[in-house]
Design a protein around this ligand. Structure first.
Ligand SMILES: N[C@@H](CCC(=O)N[C@@H](CS)C(=O)NCC(=O)O)C(=O)O
Length: 364
C-alpha cells in the first residue's frame, strides 16, 4: 500500500512534523524532495501556491497543511489514536501544537538565520540544485532563501536585545522540556499526541538538525535529544498510553506557563486586530500578515507581524475548550488556573475562521 507521496524537505519544519506522524503510524509513503522542478510540476499546479509539506494520496488527492494532513489521516487509517480521550489532555495537546507551530517558529527562525546562516543557505541551494558544488549551492541558496531568511526578523527577532531575549526564553524552555522528557517519554505519556508532533517541527527540523542549534541541544537538553530521536526513528514501537485519569503531567506546567505568558497576549491582541481588519476590508482576501504589533518577551519589547493563520489554530484549541462540559470543564479550568491560563479561559472569541491557503477567511 505504498500509495502516499510526501513532498517536502529535510530542512522543513512542517515536513518534519508530518513525517514523524507518518513514521510513527507506520503509514507506507514515499518522500519526494521538493526541488525547483517539483514546485513547478507538482506543487504549484496541484496546490496553487508554493508550500511544503504536501501529501498526495493514491487517488491523486492532495492534502496541504500539516494539521489537516494529520487529522485527515487519523480519520482514515487505523492504529492507536494520537488524540487522547480525556478532555483536558486533548486541550493540552491542541495548545502545544499551537505553541510548536506558531510560537516556536520565532526561536527556530532566529537560530537558523542568525546562528546557522551559511549552512542554511547551502542547504537551500542543495534543495534547488542537488548536483551543484557546495559553493554554487551557497550562491543559489543566497538568491532563493531570501523570504525565509527575512522571516526571523518579521516574526520578532529584529534587534540584538530581542534576539538575546529569544535565546534566554528558548534555553529556559529546553531546560523545562528536558526535565519533562526525563520523566515521561512523550508530552502526555508513553504515546505521542499532536503535542509531540507540533513541538517536533521546530525542535527537530531546525533546532536538532541545524548544526549550531543541534550542538546547543545536545549540550543543554539530552532528554530532548532522546525524545527527538524516538520520534525520528522508524522503529519506535507503535502504541503506548496516555497518562491515566486525563492527567497533564505537572512537569509540563512551566512550558504551559511560558506559552500563556509569551504567546497568549499576542494571540489575544491578534484577535482584536483581525476583527478590526475585517471590518475595514469587507470581502477582501485576508493576507498572511495584517500589519505589525508590539510584543513582550523576557521583559523586552519587540515588534512582529500579525498572523491571522495563528488564530485558526487558536480557534481549534478554543473549540476543544468550549466542547468540555460539567466535570470536564471544571477540571480544565482548574488546570488552566494552575498554568496561568486564565487569559485563555476568558478570551473573547473572534470571528469564526476557516483556513484559506496560508491565511484564513471568515467562515460565514
Ligand atoms: N501551516 C502550514 C505551514 C506550512 C509552511 O509554512 N511550510 C513552509 C516550509 S516548513 C513553507 O513552505 N513556507 C512557504 C512560505 O511560507 O511561503 C502547515 O502546517 O503545513
Amino acid at each position: 500500500m505504498d500509495h502516499f507521496i510526501l513532498y517536502g524537505s529535510p530542512i522543513s519544519y512542517f515536513t518534519g512534523k508530518v513525517r514523524a506522524y507518518l513514521d510513527w503510524k507506520r503509514v507506507a509513503y514515499r518522500e519526494v524532495l521538493s526541488s525547483a522542478e517539483v514546485y513547478r510540476d507538482v506543487i504549484l499546479p496541484k496546490v496553487g501556491f508554493p508550500v511544503i509539506p504536501v501529501l498526495e494520496t493514491g487517488r491523486g488527492e492532495v492534502l496541504q497543511d500539516s494539521t489537516d494532513i494529520i487529522e485527515t489521516l487519523e480519520q482514515h487509517i487505523g492504529g492507536p489514536s494520537i488524540t487522547p480521550a480525556g478532555g483536558v489532555q486533548r486541550l493540552a495537546a491542541t495548545l502545544l501544537e499551537l505553541y510548536g507551530d506558531e510560537w516556536l517558529v520565532i526561536p527556530a527562525m532566529h537560530y537558523r538565520w542568525h546562528h546557522n546562516r551559511d549552512w542554511a543557505l547551502r542547504a537551500f541551494g542543495e534543495l534547488n540544485a542537488p548536483g551543484a558544488t557546495p559553493d554554487e549551492q551557497w550562491a543559489i541558496g543566497s538568491k532563493r532563501a531570501g523570504p525565509f531568511a527575512q522571516a526571523a526578523v518579521l516574526l520578532g527577532a529584529s534587534t540584538p536585545e530581542m534576539q538575546a531575549a529569544i535565546e534566554r526564553s528558548y534555553e529556559a524552555l529546553l531546560a523545562e522540556l528536558d526535565a519533562h522528557f526525563q520523566a515521561v517519554p512523550y508530552a502526555l505519556g508513553s504515546r505521542p499526541s499532536m503535542a509531540d508532533f507540533g513541538l517536533y517541527g521546530p525542535l527537530y527540523a531546525h533546532q536538532y538538525r541545524d548544526p549550531a542549534s543541534g550542538a546547543l541541544m545536545r549540550r543543554a537538553a539530552p532528554n530532548v535529544v532522546r525524545w527527538v530521536q524516538r520520534l525520528e526513528s522508524q522503529t519506535t514501537p507503535l502504541g503506548g498510553d496516555f497518562l491515566p485519569h486525563d492527567e497533564v503531567p505537572a512537569s509540563l506546567d512551566p512550558v504551559f506557563r511560558r506559552q500563556m505568558r509569551e504567546q497568549l497576549p499576542v494571540l489575544a491582541d491578534s484577535v482584536a486586530r483581525l476583527r478590526d481588519w475585517l471590518a475595514a476590508h469587507p470581502a477582501e482576501p485576508v493576507p498572511r500578515a495584517i500589519g505589525k504589533h508590539g510584543f513582550l518577551l523576557e521583559g523586552f519589547e519587540g515588534e512582529r507581524i500579525i498572523r491571522p493563520y495563528s488564530l485558526w489554530m487558536l480557534q481549534r484549541a478554543r473549540d476543544v475548550y468550549r466542547s468540555l462540559e460539567g466535570a470536564d470543564r471544571e477540571r480544565a479550568d482548574a488546570w488552566l488556573d494552575r498554568v496561568g491560563g486564565q487569559g485563555f479561559r476568558l478570551l473573547p472569541d473572534g470571528p469564526r475562521l476557516r483556513r484559506s491557503g496560508l491565511s484564513v477567511a471568515e467562515d460565514r
